[in-house]
Design a protein around this ligand. Structure first.
Ligand code: PXP
Length: 248
């Protein structure tokens, strides 16, 4: 089975910093620590309202990291221009509403084809690996493929929020979408709402190549420190994947 990559989302280090203004805690320091703790990449969402990550953070992360930066961004001309200026390794296109607390659902690639096509095309031409953050549904996978995006990230929020039989159904939906996505040539990632308790079954899905995890890891870091938080997530991912001891 392929190694499952871990992208650590550092948005909420910036949330804590912004609660007081100033420079602390520094998201770049967190990113470097995440790298040392075994993160394969760093993810940061530059929201249109700049509620956590700032333009200066993206500039600093673009030069400070030796692991790939994945820029989460809305499909706007402003964000495309920023991505083309900094040329991160990857860009994940997310839906964005100012009134939402977090990215509550996947982007409607089917309905937004016309809006998305020029942005995905321009990013791809600049060698930025584009992913579409979508619900685990066949029509969204087909539309992402049609758009020419090489990667999709499956929204795991509904799985994370469900319990019992509903969670099992959401897991089956993600498993089916991952297999279908891979069968039509897409690289499949997943993320949102993943925790120590729910990551195992997602890590076990063989077609998923990368998980992007943020809020829980930063919250857990309050109690055990960021490095321990990330190392434990890495261990649980490897265990779920059937690679126990592989990263010891
Ligand atoms: N992937 C995407 C595309 C996201 O928008 C987010 C949230 O910013 C995440 C992953 C990480 O979600 P969480 O912070 O719940 O782990």
């Amino acid at each position: 089975m392929t190694h499952l990559r871990l992208g650590v989302n550092i948005d909420h280090v910036a949330t804590v910093r912004n609660a007081r203004g100033g420079d602390n805690p520094d998201p770049v320091r967190a990113a470097k620590l995440a790298q040392a703790a075994g993160a394969d990449g760093i993810t940061a969402h530059l929201r249109e309202d700049r509620r956590h990550i700032s333009d200066a953070d993206i500039a600093a992360l673009s030069t400070a990291l030796s692991i790939p930066l994945n820029l989460e961004m809305a499909a706007t001309d402003e964000m495309a221009e920023i991505a083309l200026r900094h040329r991160p390794h990857a860009a994940c296109i997310v839906p964005e509403k100012r009134e939402e607390r977090t990215t509550e659902g996947g982007i409607d690639v089917v309905g937004l084809h016309q809006r998305l096509a020029p942005i995905v095309g321009a990013l791809g031409k600049a060698n930025i690996r584009v992913s579409m953050f979508i619900e685990p549904a066949r029509e969204q996978l087909d539309a992402s493929r049609k758009l020419g995006a090489p990667v999709v990230e499956l929204h795991t929020g509904a799985y994370a929020n469900a319990t019992g039989a509903a969670r099992a159904a959401e897991l089956a939906r993600i498993r089916e979408a991952a297999a279908y996505g891979a069968s039509i040539g897409l690289e499949v990632h997943a993320g949102h709402g993943l925790t120590f308790d729910n990551v195992g079954p997602i890590a076990a899905i063989p077609r998923i190549a990368e998980l992007n995890i943020g809020h829980f890891l930063i919250g857990e870091a309050i109690f055990v420190g960021l490095e321990a938080s990330i190392r434990e997530m890495r261990r649980l991912m490897d265990e779920g994947r059937g690679e126990v001891g592989a990263s010891a």
